[in-house]
Write a new protein. Structure first.
Length: 322
């Protein structure tokens, strides 16, 4: 049955359609006969407690010369929609939090919102992984530069990263004794004149198996797609992120990958996180991507899959996970 499907995303005119998972979802929704609508963050509003948005009818096509057409914008009560795909990229900043609060109201009125707005607020993509310490390498989250320095000294080789980044931005690899460590920590924790950090940073023990790739495992309703995209660093780069120049190579899930997915999956279902990307290096979970997980198009192409179709099958069969 045709449905109304709206997407909240970053500007559609700036995406790379060959790699964009949101675009794959839109193509699949359109193929199923669903009516598509488009909105950006500035299009949301609350009117007397009701969630509204300035929606534009949207059509998409697989054409790099012109992949979308937008109709005239019209203010619409979001409670009139069937589904909202919440696909804005990180960071989850205050304005994004406000977006989720508007969409909370739509969800409570019966609109299917993917992923669950409350879960997007609660599940920081770095810290949420620490709910599963049995799956992770040694990890520290702290503001205190001295504690972060201690961690690096203890483990000898570590990766430092901000809590709100994506695509490999702001990530450093550092070894004990590196003269640049203090500068890295100043950048990450935004230390004050007394040397106290203003914001959290994460330190993880460096995992040498990154040379074989940082695997992205896509999860639909807590179950893994049977293949992962190993994002393999190139040249002297230690980061595997595709945005940092990594090469994507599809691989079957290992037994360890499936074990990690089984450990995490029930909590994803409990929280209404219906489409999620797990990042796994070697034997270890490193992050859980909940805002706008990617890599569907690459896996589709390499293995003849239709991951967007798998997600819409799940959404149509089970409107909620409750």
């Amino acid at each position: 049955m045709p449905r109304s499907v709206a997407v909240l995303m970053d500007p559609i005119g700036s995406i790379k359609i060959a790699k964009d998972t949101s675009f794959a979802l839109l193509l699949e929704a359109q193929r199923r006969g669903h009516q598509l609508y488009y909105m950006e963050q500035g299009d949301l509003a609350l009117r007397d407690g009701a969630p509204w948005a300035k929606l534009r009818p949207l059509s998409v096509k697989e054409d790099p010369a012109g992949w979308y057409t937008l109709g005239e914008a019209r203010w619409t009560d979001l409670r009139e929609l069937d589904t909202v795909l919440l696909r804005k990229d990180p960071p989850v900043d205050p304005q994004f939090v406000y977006d989720t609060l508007v969409l909370d109201i739509a969800q409570h009125a019966g609109v299917q919102v993917v992923n669950d707005p409350r879960a997007l607020r609660d599940c920081n993509e770095k810290i949420f992984a620490l709910h599963f310490p049995q799956c992770m390498a040694p990890t520290l989250v702290a503001r205190d530069p001295a504690e972060l320095r201690r961690f690096v000294a203890e483990h000898g080789d570590a990766v430092l990263k901000p809590l709100d980044g994506m695509g490999g931005r702001g990530i450093f690899r550092v070894q004990s004794g590196d003269k640049n460590l203090n500068s890295m920590l100043e950048t990450l924790v935004q230390g004050d004149s007394h040397g106290q950090g203003r914001q959290f940073a994460m330190a993880q023990k460096f995992i040498p198996q990154i040379s074989a790739g940082d695997k992205r495992i896509l999860m639909i309703d807590g179950e893994p797609v049977p293949y992962a995209l190993a994002r393999i660093p190139q040249g002297d780069e230690f980061r595997g992120n595709l945005a940092a120049g990594g090469r994507g190579e599809g691989v079957p899930l290992s037994d360890r990958d499936r074990w990690i997915a089984a450990e995490v999956g029930p909590e994803l279902r409990r929280r209404g996180l219906r489409f999620v990307g797990l990042d796994v290096i070697g034997d270890y979970l490193t992050e859980i991507n909940v805002t706008s997980p990617t890599c569907a198009r690459e896996l589709d192409k390499q293995f003849g899959l239709n991951i967007a179709g798998m997600l819409f099958d799940a959404l149509e069969a089970r409107p909620t996970l409750a």
